[in-house]
Design a protein around this ligand. Structure first.
Ligand SMILES: Nc1ncnc2c1ncn2[C@@H]1O[C@H](COP(=O)(O)OP(=O)(O)OP(=O)(O)O)[C@@H](O)[C@H]1O
Ligand SMILES: [Mg+2]
Length: 234
């Protein structure tokens, strides 16, 4: 279980995350919604130990142990993986190289390259293509596949649907549900309310660095107007 309590994160003197709290239970899909610039990525970076921003106060606990002060690789070793916004692939590395950078192709436990290819057959077809030769959807699959190779218990996805065509957005939703079915917990930053309504057990809305709404997926599906108001969706 991930427990984030009252965290404050800064870029220099700019106080961007202003007391945000959230929880993700084992096996749960949680969506973090919010308009551009509200601090979603900053929050994700802060809890992954990435700098900037600077995490100045608050608690981040994972299965009861504090993550504050740990480096991103130490947090990854505790089985929390990040799929960063914008995918962040290497232009000159191939699909296979991305997947085996941190784990050899010969690995045969947990998430293997073959298992990633089972989830994303398209990546198997493109195995020799380089990062800069992939479509947006293929890049997103590879970014998710690379995170899975860390055998996470919790995966943080920052706007996985950003810039994707509707069919690919739906594929990402399906993948989220398939991963949830394997027992993985997912914290997903989304601007697409409908993706969140399709996949999330619980939803938070962030505004100006704080949570301004928290609801269950079921309640939000029954009454999406509440979220429309916060998100400015018409
Ligand atoms: N490296 C940085 N240095 C200084 N300010 C930053 C930096 N990154 C982001 N900010 C500012 O912090 C605020 C929150 O940005 P953040 O990226 O967390 O928003 P977001 O909610 O993820 O938005 P989006 O949906 O557009 O990705 C914005 O005002 C942004 O301009
Ligand atoms: Mg962002």
């Amino acid at each position: 279980m991930l427990e984030v309590e009252d965290i404050h994160a800064y870029y220099g003197e700019a106080h961007v995350v202003q007391g945000a709290s959230l929880q993700v239970a084992a096996g749960e899909v949680v969506a973090l919604l919010g308009r551009n610039g509200m601090g979603k990525t900053t929050l994700i970076r802060a809890l992954m130990g990435m700098a900037p921003p600077q995490l100045r106060s608050g608690k981040v606990r994972w299965n009861g142990t504090s993550l504050v002060g740990l480096r991103p690789n130490e947090i990854a070793a505790r089985r929390i993986a990040l799929v960063p916004q914008g995918r962040r692939l290497f232009a000159s590395l191939t699909v296979v190289e991305h997947l085996t950078l941190l784990k050899p192709a010969s690995a045969n436990t947990g998430w293997t390259m073959q298992r990633v290819f089972g989830l994303f057959p398209r990546l198997a077809e493109r195995r020799g293509h380089r990062g800069n030769q992939l479509s947006g959807g293929e890049r997103q699959m590879l970014a998710i596949g690379r995170a899975l190779m860390l055998d996470p218990e919790l995966i943080l996805m920052d706007e996985p649907s950003e810039g994707l065509a509707p069919a690919m957005v739906q594929r990402v939703e399906d993948v989220v549900l398939e991963l949830k079915a394997t027992g993985l917990a997912i914290l997903m930053v989304e601007q697409n309310l409908y993706s969140a309504l399709t996949t999330a057990d619980r939803i938070y809305v962030m505004e100006a660095g704080r949570m301004v709404a928290e609801t269950t997926g079921a309640a939000a599906n029954a009454n999406p107007e509440l979220l429309h108001r916060h998100l400015g969706v018409t």
